[in-house]
Design a protein around this ligand. Structure first.
Ligand SMILES: Nc1ncnc2c1ncn2[C@@H]1O[C@H](COP(=O)(O)OP(=O)(O)OP(=O)(O)O)[C@@H](O)[C@H]1O
Length: 580
């Protein structure tokens, strides 16, 4: 019945038919298709023309073969096709008339479009991996992971106490729990963010941070909302800060990260090698975080732990981190980032950036926002300061670092200017530091100055820094042709294109000219800021209207922010384990 209808439709040229068999349109062998050429185009050889017949008749004529065709058409022919006048149906008898199967047709614009789409989906922080991580990996992980309760832990020595939590060394006798000591952090409401970040890191770049085991909410009579309990493996006793406070630094780290017996005399070369290794490990860990869209925001030697197991430095304390893949850019109001290590911009996203919309939209837009703000450069500034502290012993104390920050601010955050002011009257420690950075044609100085800069956009990324020749053991002279090319590229990317961008923006923003009338953006801004003046009623009225407009927009933005914050806290808290 259905086949009959299709034939009628084909005859009428309506284009309905049983079109799509698994072989594709060009190799169909049903009685229906045998007929098509002759019906619509006309026979090429009248002798070979088959009579038109309904499928049932064709089945009778064709015997078993026909029945098989009919059954196949009935079950597999499910599509809607174009009439053979439009579609290349071919003819089973004249196989040579069948168009050659080309499979997928590749065209240059199609390839370009596909490449652009793939690059966008995989660009930092990764839209496609983000959806996969959030909707597949997270659920699988949750389904198979071991869960814990408060009673599973025996609490031992206190390791630290911050503004938002207490950290203990603990052990667990629970079957299946990791061997060895564990670390437990009891955190207040902000622990939820930390659990989220640690779970994300464990799935995306486990080697970057301390090995996270589990996190859950524990109700308690003392705290209103309960406490979040976070468990990690115990990585080791020492943080980078502990090592740096010792007079033996950097030699006290050498055996741990490079092994015994390096066979070099104590001196600049040897110190340089150790510092190089620490910075490389730190950049490697940061690159892992940044590639998955997480910015730590609290990078400092106290938050870098030495893992005895992997003999590398790892990052801890993700309590202030931001996950820009899904738009968690959340800083508790009372939370102050450590001013000794923060970059001058204070914020990782422009304050003009509206707060992130719902998670899927934020994820889809994340590559654009990431490129607009380059939030990872915030952490790079902190690494640059740690690098300076390792090289110049006088900066390792709090007072030394605070004083340095003041000097740098006075020099407009320009390390070259700072150097030119302090070097002439430098003591032996400072001079030794400059000498170390000047090894191999000043390649160390070049890297450090590309990290500590006022403008985030001019700072290097962790990935680019890792490719810098500073990390090549033979220095500048040992660089291959390709490495030299890479260095040139690195230097080119460090140039300030901000002025060029400003010029374009200035010209684009100019909405009015004297000739064409209207106001330029700058004039409008002036009007917005202007206090009402007597005597110019028209101007004052316009200024009042603009001020009112600004107020309305600000109020709307604030309410949207508030709503988004509430909505966000609702959606992502679903991922945090509840009370066990
Ligand atoms: N996985 C770990 N292995 C070993 N020690 C750890 C681990 N995690 C944390 N610690 C120790 O606990 C201390 C405090 O940890 P953490 O910085 O996460 O807590 P915090 O409450 O946020 O502290 P603060 O606010 O001072 O940064 C660290 O300085 C470190 O000595």
């Amino acid at each position: 019945m259905a086949a009959g209808t299709a034939i009628a439709a084909c005859r009428a040229g309506l284009g309905f038919g049983f079109g799509f068999s698994p072989d594709g349109p060009t190799t169909r062998r049903s009685p229906l298709h045998r007929r098509r050429r002759s019906d619509f185009i006309g026979p090429m050889n009248p002798l070979k023309r088959r009579p038109s017949s309904p499928p049932a008749v064709a089945a009778a004529i064709g015997g078993v073969d026909g029945v098989a065709d009919l059954v196949r058409d009935l079950f597999l022919g499910v599509g809607v096709g174009l009439p053979c006048t439009v579609m290349e149906c071919g003819d089973i008898i004249y196989r040579s008339t069948l168009p050659r199967s080309t499979g997928l047709n590749l065209t240059p614009p199609g390839v370009a479009l596909a490449l652009a789409a793939v690059s966008y989906l995989w660009a930092t922080p990764g839209v496609a991996p983000g959806f996969w991580d959030m909707f597949v990996l997270a659920f699988i992980e949750r389904a198979f992971q071991q869960s814990y309760r408060k009673d599973d832990f025996v609490i031992g020595k206190k390791l630290g106490e911050g503004a938002f939590g207490v950290v203990y060394k603990v052990s667990s006798a629970k079957k299946g729990s990791p061997k060895g000591d564990l670390v437990l952090k009891k955190a207040t409401e902000y622990g939820a963010v930390e659990i989220w970040m640690n779970e994300r890191v464990r799935r995306a770049c486990a080697n970057s941070c301390a090995d996270f085991v589990y996190g859950f909410l524990e109700r308690s009579s003392k705290t209103k909302g309960g406490e979040y309990w976070l468990i990690w493996r115990f990585e080791g006793e020492d943080t980078l800060s502990d090592f740096m406070l010792s007079k033996e630094f950097p030699y006290n780290v050498e055996a741990k990260i490079l092994g015994e017996g390096q066979g070099l005399e104590k001196g600049l070369e040897r110190e340089n090698r150790i510092i190089q290794t620490i910075i490389r490990q730190l950049l490697f860990a940061l690159d892992g975080l940044h590639s998955t869209g997480i910015v730590h925001r609290d990078i400092k030697p106290q938050n870098i732990i030495f893992s005895e197991g992997s003999r590398t430095f790892k990052i801890i304390d993700l309590g202030a981190a931001a996950d820009l893949r899904v738009g968690i850019n959340y800083i508790p109001k009372e939370f102050l980032l450590d001013p000794r290590y923060t970059a001058p911009e204070q914020y990782i996203m422009s304050t003009q950036t509206p707060s992130a919309p719902s998670a899927p939209v934020a994820t889809a837009l994340s590559p654009v926002l990431w490129q607009m703000n380059l939030p990872d450069r915030f952490d790079i500034y902190s690494v640059g300061l740690i690098f300076l502290q390792m090289v110049f012993p006088s900066l390792r104390t709090d007072n030394g670092l605070i004083q340095f920050n003041r000097q740098l601010k006075r020099c407009n955050y320009d390390l070259d200017t700072w150097r030119s002011t302090v070097e002439p009257r430098a003591g032996p420690d400072l001079r030794k530091g400059f000498e170390l950075l000047d090894l191999d044609g000043g390649i160390g100085w070049e890297l450090i100055t590309s990290m500590v800069r006022f403008k985030a956009r001019q700072r290097t990324s962790a990935k680019a820094a890792l490719a810098h020749p500073y990390f090549n053991s033979e220095g500048l002279l040992g660089l291959s042709f390709m490495q030299k090319l890479r260095l040139q590229f690195f230097r080119a990317t460090q140039k300030d294109y901000g002025e060029a961008a400003k010029w374009v923006v200035r010209h684009m923003a100019k909405s009015g000219t004297e000739k064409e009338g209207g106001f330029t953006e700058a004039q409008l801004q002036e009007l917005r800021e202007m206090k009402p003046r007597k005597g110019n009623v028209q101007r004052n009225a316009l200024a009042s209207v603009l001020r009112l407009q600004r107020k309305i927009i600000r109020t709307l933005n604030e309410s949207m922010d508030e709503l988004n914050r509430q909505r966000k806290s609702m959606w992502w808290s679903r991922w945090i384990p509840r009370e066990e």
